[in-house]
Design a protein around this ligand. Structure first.
Ligand SMILES: [Zn+2]
Length: 265
């Protein structure tokens, strides 16, 4: 059994990954009392990285932060979760810094929030991505390349060669992969008939921000800023609240079903 598959040694792996991400050893191993599951929300982009830009000049980083704050509010209101965010202001956080924060906090779930911008402006709807070392299709590969380009400082994890990136993705444990897929399917189910989605909305690719091998994680593209209807919805505080309510339902379902069973074991 390798260090990744052996639960008793997974802390050592987290420590090694934390060290690679520039974390001090004691904080990487700090235990967080797990009375309630800890959700790490990750509003994409920030600071000098605006992400995609809507036709009216609004930045993706502004919309992801607004959606993240709404979702934090909705999750805390249930009384069932603790919530942390990789950023709560308009600041730049590297992709590996977001992974390191998640490892340090000992989060039970990681959800990264983004808005898409596709070349074909007729395409609209949300899509949900999980980690794999091979992209599920061309669109997923393109979205991952776009989102991975947020790190411009060639940091030690996000700036690795494609070969090393594939090795990191392949370190994801089977339990993590099952958890990530379960979360993605719960989001898809909660959106069904309520939030527009792209065809085949659950896709996979090698996203730098999803490379913590032991935290179930997904990256949600909440809609396409390249589509006028989606752009309007993403700008609407009412729609963002609706999105937050549906994501809360998805996270409830994740912990009640897959993770509830998994964590109880
Ligand atoms: Zn993005």
């Amino acid at each position: 059994m390798c260090v990744i598959c052996d639960p008793s040694r997974r802390g050592l792996f987290r420590l090694a990954l934390g060290a690679a991400a520039g974390l001090a050893a004691p904080s990487a191993l700090r235990a967080v009392p797990a009375k309630k599951p800890l959700i790490m929300l990750d509003p994409g982009h920030g600071g000098h990285d605006p992400g995609a830009i809507a036709s009216d000049g609004v930045f993706e980083k502004t919309l992801t932060l607004a959606a993240g704050l709404d979702l934090r509010h909705a999750l805390l209101r249930t009384g069932r979760y603790r919530v942390m965010m990789t950023r709560t202001r308009d600041v730049y956080v590297t992709l590996e810094g977001r992974v390191a924060d998640t490892i340090r906090a000992g989060a039970n779930l990681f959800l990264s929030l983004h808005c898409d911008h596709l070349p074909e402006n007729k395409l609209r709807g949300a899509s949900i991505f999980t980690l794999s070392n091979t992209a599920s299709d061309k669109l997923a590969a393109r979205v991952a390349a776009d989102e991975n380009s947020a790190d411009t400082d060639h940091s030690p994890i996000a700036g690795v060669s494609p070969r090393v990136a594939n090795i990191l993705a392949s370190l994801e444990t089977r339990a993590t992969k099952l958890g990530s897929n379960s979360l993605a399917e719960d989001i898809r189910t909660s959106f069904q008939g309520v939030v527009p989605m792209l065809p085949d909305p659950h896709r996979s690719a090698n996203f730098a921000v999803l490379r913590d091998p032991s935290t179930p994680a997904a990256l949600l593209e909440m809609g396409c800023l390249s589509n006028p209807l989606d752009e309007k919805r993403l700008h609407s505080p009412r729609h963002r609240r609706e999105l937050a309510e549906n994501l809360t339902r998805a996270i409830d379902s994740y912990f009640a079903n897959y993770a509830g069973h998994h964590m109880a074991g």
